[in-house]
Design a protein around this ligand. Structure first.
Ligand code: UDP
Length: 230
């Protein structure tokens, strides 16, 4: 793909500038901050640790609990503080996208908690949160089959695009497909869709997202290597 008329002059298949920082929260077992353009997320991991309330305990595995929270100042219209239906849903889909990477059966009767705070939102907050959480899990030393890597691709103004901004997502024909995967095996752990699109375009959009994920994976590995070689 070549040059486009995207508002920020990116190529159609280009990811926004990424920043990944590991170990940003002193009091968590693992943490990371990830930025995709103007979308910024901090993730903090705790555990495996004793689970409260105790009735959530599972005798044969750890319970992964992900909380997604959009801070009031993260969006242009100040968001009402606290969890809502959207954040509850996102906590659930993020849990499901990370779970396949973990060996939860190795830590029975415990919880692994991940708090994700969206400090700045310009679309792609769930995917950025997954990338941050995945790095924070690795930083916490929790055994993983692979990192989980995530990005959305979609359509706006009749063009298939990778990593759309909020402005692009607001186009009348916009379709957004967030994807998460474990790049080593290619296993997809999250696939959502918002909008109407032909089956052929769905295949193309997923391909664009998968190629994007491979680039993000390289950045994630680089960030971890830098952290542990310094
Ligand atoms: N958004 C907002 N207020 C909200 C929820 C979302 O301004 O209460 C914006 C924000 O920029 C977010 C974007 O809409 O990133 C897209 O939200 P969506 O629910 O599609 O999830 P995301 O793409 O962030 O994973």
């Amino acid at each position: 793909m070549t040059k486009s008329e995207r508002t920020d002059n990116r190529k159609l298949d280009e990811i926004r500038p990424m920043k990944m920082k590991i170990g940003v929260i002193k009091r968590a077992d693992g943490s990371a901050e990830v930025e995709f353009g103007d979308t910024k997320v901090v993730a903090a991991v705790y555990g495996p640790r004793q689970i409260h309330p105790r009735h959530q305990e599972r005798p044969d595995r750890s319970v992964l609990r992900c909380r997604y929270n959009m801070l009031p100042f993260s969006v242009s219209d100040r968001k009402r503080p606290g969890y809502d239906r959207r954040s509850t849903e996102l906590g659930k889909v993020i849990t499901e996208s990370l779970q396949p990477a973990l060996f939860l059966e190795e830590f029975p009767k415990t919880a692994i908690d991940i708090d994700m705070e969206i400090t700045q939102a310009d679309a792609g907050t769930r995917t950025t949160a997954i990338n941050a959480a995945s790095l924070a899990l690795a930083h916490a030393g929790i055994p993983m089959r692979d990192l989980v890597t995530s990005v959305a691709a979609g359509r706006a103004n009749k063009k298939l695009l990778l990593d759309m901004t909020k402005e692009e997502e607001d186009a009348p024909d916009a379709v957004d497909l967030p994807v998460a995967m474990m790049p080593r095996t290619g296993k997809i752990t999250l696939l959502q869709m918002d909008g109407i699109v032909s089956p052929e375009d769905i295949e193309k959009i997923v391909d664009i997202a998968e190629i994007g994920c491979m680039k993000i994976y390289e950045m994630q590995k680089k960030a971890l290597l830098e952290k542990y070689s310094s």
